[in-house]
Every structure is written in C-alpha cells, then in structure tokens.
Design a protein around this ligand. Structure first.
Ligand SMILES: CC(C)(COP(=O)(O)OP(=O)(O)OC[C@H]1O[C@@H](n2cnc3c(N)ncnc32)[C@H](O)[C@@H]1OP(=O)(O)O)[C@@H](O)C(=O)NCCC(=O)NCCS
Length: 162
C-alpha cells in the first residue's frame, strides 16, 4: 500500500523515463535489469513522479530476514537535477509505509561507507548502523552488453518502524 500520490509501483513502460532522469549515472541496461529482476520476483520497484517526469526510484526486497520481520530497501536513485528536494526522503517513507502495511516492522539497508550524502539521509530518517562495515560485491550491466563487478565497503543500517 502506497499512500503518497506521487509514488507508485513501476511498470516496464517507465524504463524510458527513468533512463532520461538517471543517465548518465545509471546505464539503460542496468535499469532494464531491475525490471527483469522485478518480473522474477526479486524486487518491487517504486518510482516518484514529479511534473510529468520520474525523479527517482527505490526498490524493496520482498524477502525477509530469518527473523521474519526485517525487509531490505536498496537501489535508491534520484536524478541529479532533482536532488535536495526531499524526493529520496519521500521514497523511503513510502517503503516504510508499504512494509508496515505488510505486517513487518524493521527495514535494513547497506550503504557504502564513503557515500556521505546517503549516510546523512539515512541517519536523518532514523536508520542506525549495526555491526562492522563489510565488503560487498554485486554486478551492474553496462550499455556495451557486459557487466561490471562492483566491490564496496558497506555499513549495514537498520530502523525499527512504527
Ligand atoms: C543519496 C540520494 C538518494 C539523496 O537523494 P535526495 O532526493 O537528494 O535526498 P533528500 O532531498 O531527501 O535529502 C534528505 C537529507 O539527506 C541528506 N543529504 C542528501 N543529499 C546530501 C548531500 N549531497 N550531502 C550531504 N547530505 C545530503 C541531507 O541531510 C538532506 O536533508 P537537507 O536537504 O534538509 O539537508 C541522491 O543523492 C542520489 O541518488 N545519489 C546517488 C545514488 C545513491 O547514492 N543512492 C544511495 C545508495 S545507498
């Protein structure tokens, strides 16, 4: 359940508008892969509409931790020209509402320890670091048709909702 009128679940027809707002930081192939993963049930993608454009997006991992309560938010991206207008904050709030409405009470995320903007954002919204930073690895698709492995030292952060 999403209450914000400008935030909704994404459909594959949103791809072009997302590319327009998020390039060049995000490749089309990378965004397209998110929809492939959504189709496979690995994520739910939300988008935020602003003046007939898509200003940003966030994903919810539909799986929960072994505790049965903790969801994960990830792939939060706001287009460069839309930043510092509160859109990431709105997207995170929408995820929190969705997760609570689903009967779950905790959200977690992993953030690169050098991503000051994101760490400030999460702290401001009540997310707290848990445990020591660890090295995480994932791959992203490039428009050249290959994939690139990213390795980053990340901090886990958690918020108890409600
Ligand atoms: C991080 C990101 C999502 C923030 O989006 P945003 O819409 O600009 O964030 P908001 O406007 O909701 O910012 C809320 C608060 O976060 C913090 N913040 C956001 N951007 C910041 C920056 N560049 N530097 C320092 N603090 C920042 C501030 O506390 C801000 O409150 P303020 O504007 O009142 O000072 C955006 O910069 C982005 O897409 N970055 C690239 C992708 C990324 O790093 N995603 C997160 C991966 S974990």
């Amino acid at each position: 359940m999403i209450n914000a009128s400008n935030i909704r679940a994404a459909t594959e027809s949103d791809l072009a508008a997302l590319v327009q707002s998020l390039a060049p930081e995000l490749a089309r192939a990378q965004l397209k892969n998110r929809f492939t993963e959504q189709r496979a049930g690995f994520r739910l993608i939300l988008v935020l509409e602003h003046k007939n454009e898509l200003a940003g997006t966030i994903s919810i991992d539909p799986g929960v931790d072994r505790d049965g309560f903790t969801h994960r938010l990830f792939a939060l991206d706001v287009g460069q020209r839309f930043r510092r207008q509160g859109f990431a904050t709105q997207l995170i709030r929408a995820v929190e509402e969705h997760v609570l409405a689903d009967g779950h009470t905790t959200l977690r995320l992993d953030v690169a320890i050098d991503n000051t903007a994101a760490i400030n954002l999460y702290k401001k919204l009540g997310y707290e670091p848990v445990g020591e930073p660890t090295r995480l690895q994932w791959s992203i698709q490039t428009d050249g048709g290959s994939s690139e492995v990213i390795v980053d030292t990340c901090q886990r952060m958690v918020k108890r909702l409600g």
